[in-house]
Design a protein around this ligand. Structure first.
Ligand code: ARG
Length: 475
């Protein structure tokens, strides 16, 4: 029995063309299960831009008339406006944004609208739309990365001379400047930026137009694929129609890039959760990014940072999901691939929001340099520099390492710091030690003596800040 399925909106009176093929109505459960409209409606602008390019090419190739093209274009622009104003009624029975827009167009302009899908399949259409969306999304993420980098550089320039402990294994290692510690995150983010640029390129398969590949085999109609590719700003067209509709490599790559950004942000979050604890007290996270406890009145919890750390888990989940969706798919388009957008959007949204809030947190974080320096001489941060001092006096490094190891053990026993030892005490462990040793001891002395490129001292901090200020100003 054919029932009236779309009573409300005129556009919805359209039938899907395959209703002629299939006997009866889809089950209600099927309608809910196969629809992707709730996820892919955010692609509407890209779908419309892609359709206008396709229609223009159809007109150039005389597959539709110029007048039909104009009516298609005007109709699509009106639909776009209606959607952006929130006045458009979406009907999930039409499955996805591609069908919804096409049906609305046919309802609006009649037969010309029914010609839009000439030589096209949703398989090449969706593969085009997701690429167009991703190109823009990558630029947005890159802009957010740049803003966060600038915020880190700004914060770093306040702490060029301030020394803090550098940790390995979360044990005190060597002294570093707060600035260079912060600039480490700028480096990570720079790699994230470049990784996204690579993902956006033709090399990943992203900036390549699949449009005109049809369902799997191309078309018997004389489509000009290079024309649509050019209109849509793609670097090139795809050269294998079967691969073109089945390729979602760039989706996996994009989510991986998001996952690595999430990894980097989670590391920062972890650092500052630790550093803001009473035990460390190195940083103060602004109240506006903390929450309190429903029970313990004294609490200032770094919940924002904890959620940054936690949300990385969801992004990794998206990456696993994407790879698993693609695993062992038969060649060509398979409906499994519709699930790509769930994970691509989720990963991107999480990372986008995380980048925003991390930038705000960084902008308002203060390092408690008094508290840091008060405990700076704990933990023998200058031990390695002392070994290197001995190397300067002609002692083999392995021997120097052993001498300083014994000195540290002696200090621990005596409850002293290395800088508190007398020359006579030093001499017992190595005759090579002279009075000039004291210039090498203590965290502040050590950082001022770092000479290698990219080291963690104030000199290198200044160099790095100058570099990043120049680099980031161009973006
Ligand atoms: N909604 C689908 C997707 O996102 C569009 C392609 C559907 N193609 C098809 N032959 N059923 O992948």
């Amino acid at each position: 029995m054919k029932v009236v399925r779309f009573g409300v909106d005129k556009m919805a009176e359209q039938k899907k063309s395959w209703e002629e093929r299939l006997a009866g109505e889809p089950d209600e459960l099927t309608i809910d299960f196969v629809e992707s409209l709730s996820i892919d409606k955010r692609l509407y602008k890209y779908d419309i831009v892609g359709s206008i390019a396709h229609a223009q090419m159809l007109a150039q190739q005389k597959l539709i008339s110029k007048d039909e093209f104009k009516r298609i274009k005007d109709g699509l622009i009106e639909i776009s406006q209606k959607i952006s104003e929130g006045k458009f009624k979406f009907d999930k029975k039409l499955e996805d944004i591609h069908m919804v827009i096409e049906a609305a167009l046919a309802a609006k302009i009649g037969e010309a609208g029914e010609k839009l899908h000439t030589g096209r399949s949703r398989n090449d259409q969706v593969a085009t739309d997701i690429r167009l969306w991703m190109r823009d999304e990558i630029e947005i993420l890159q802009a957010k990365i740049t803003l966060l980098q600038k915020q880190f550089v700004k914060l770093a320039s306040r702490y060029v001379e301030d020394v803090m402990p550098g940790y390995t294994h979360l044990q005190r290692a060597q002294p570093i400047t707060v600035a260079v510690y912060l600039l480490g995150f700028v480096e990570q983010l720079e790699r994230d930026f470049i990784r996204l640029a690579n993902c956006r390129s033709a090399g990943s398969g992203l900036n390549i137009s699949p449009l005109g590949s049809g369902a799997i085999a191309g078309s018997t109609l004389p489509l000009d694929r290079k024309s649509t590719a050019k209109q849509l700003g793609f670097f090139d067209i795809s050269y294998n129609s079967i691969d073109a509709v089945g390729d979602r490599d760039f989706c996996a790559e994009f989510i991986f890039d998001c996952a690595l950004i999430a990894t980097h942000l989670s590391g920062l979050a972890e650092d500052w959760i630790i550093y803001s604890s009473c035990e460390f007290g190195f940083v103060r996270i602004d109240d506006s990014f903390c929450t309190s406890s429903s029970m313990m009145p004294q609490k200032r919890n770094p919940d924002v940072l904890e959620l940054i750390r936690g949300k990385a888990g969801g992004v990794y989940g998206s990456l696993m999901a994407m790879l698993t969706i693609l695993k062992a798919l038969p060649s060509g388009y398979n409906r499994d691939m519709q699930e790509d957008k769930v994970h691509v959007f989720a990963a991107s949204d999480t990372v986008s929001q995380s980048l925003d809030i991390v930038r705000a947190v960084v902008a308002h974080t203060k390092f408690d340099t008094k508290k840091i320096s008060a405990g700076l001489e704990e933990g023998f941060l200058d031990a390695t520099a002392l070994a290197e001092y001995l190397v300067g006096k002609g002692v083999a490094f392995r021997k120097a390492h052993g001498i300083v190891g014994l000195l540290v053990a002696y200090c621990e026993k005596e409850g002293k710091k290395l800088a508190e030892l007398g020359l006579d005490e030093f001499k017992k462990y190595s005759p090579a030690i002279e009075p000039d040793v004291y210039e090498r001891l203590g965290a502040a002395n050590v950082v001022s003596k770092y000479v290698t490129d990219g080291a963690a001292g104030p000199k290198q901090a200044k160099e790095q800040i100058a570099y990043w200020n120049g680099q980031l100003a161009q973006r």
